[in-house]
Design a binder for this molecule. Structure first.
Ligand code: GLN
Length: 261
């Protein structure tokens, strides 16, 4: 990502600002989660769209009305425990309210697991906020690690009418199982996905999404970052000023190649 003067079109009306809330950025951040947030910020700034980043940590009540996009990143099991308790106590109501009014909620890896009903480790069951109808069970078998590529169909016009590829890296011990009516985020093309066998990856319900792809998800998939920005701002992705994305396209191509696609 160059620091560039990026917009190739400066004449459009500016939407925004995009107000992002990062949940537990000090605890849930093990795989380039800060980079994902920085990438959102840069893509807004290059277009002259205002961007505000707020952190919400342990013990802080979440106001679901104050942000358009909520982000929760990856974490170690022990940090997930701490955050899960706090999510239930201080943030569940706010997050549900945000999801109901169609704010974007994105959980990556450990964050994804906590958006579901539960994360079970042996005898212990960590309760999640149940925004997604998924349950995760920690497996004693090998971790699911490696480069991964999935096909996602987001719907919409133009470029997004066709299925698109998200490429990234996964590293999780948990196996995530989707409830009967729960749509995945995508279909595994290469890699393991939710549980290594179902062929599904992540989960999506309207603007609430979870995925195991990190490492880092958004810089490797600039089109997806833009889609999230547009959803959060309630505009069509085509309304975002185009940027000079040569570096981002090369990054995406390299992530796909790494996954063997
Ligand atoms: N601790 C969880 C697992 O291993 C999530 C890991 C992560 O966020 N990378 O399944």
């Amino acid at each position: 990502m160059a620091d560039g003067p990026r917009p190739t079109s400066a004449s459009r009306a500016k939407p925004g600002p995009l107000r992002v809330c990062a949940l537990y950025p000090d605890l849930m951040n093990i795989y380039a989660d800060r980079g994902n947030l920085l990438f959102l910020e840069r893509r807004c700034r290059w277009r002259g769209i205002g961007f505000e980043l707020t952190a919400s940590g342990l013990g802080e009540q979440l106001d679901g009305e104050r942000h358009e996009l909520f982000y929760i990143g990856g974490g170690q099991d022990r940090d997930q425990r701490l955050c899960a308790e706090d999510l239930i106590a201080n943030k569940r109501t706010g997050l549900h309210g945000a999801a109901e009014r169609d704010a974007v909620v994105l959980g990556v890896c450990g964050g994804y697991q906590l958006l579901g009903h539960s994360y079970t480790l042996g005898e212990e069951e960590i309760e999640g906020v149940a925004l997604l109808d998924v349950r995760t069970v920690r497996s004693d078998e090998r971790r699911l690690i490696g480069n991964v590529a999935i096909e996602v169909s987001l719907g919409g016009d133009g470029d997004l009418a066709e299925p698109r590829v998200l490429a990234g890296f996964e590293n999780h011990g948990g196996r995530t199982h989707l409830g009967a009516g729960q749509a995945p985020l995508g279909r595994v093309l290469k890699g393991h996905g939710n549980d290594g066998s179902s062929g599904t990856e992540g989960a999506r319900r309207a603007n609430t999404m979870g995925t195991y792809l990190h490492g880092p998800l958004l810089p490797k998939n600039a089109w997806f970052a833009d889609w999230l920005i547009a959803r959060a701002l309630r505009i069509d992705p085509g309304e975002l000023a185009p940027l000079d994305d040569r570096l981002e396209q090369a990054t995406h191509a390299s992530a796909r190649r790494a996954a063997g696609l």
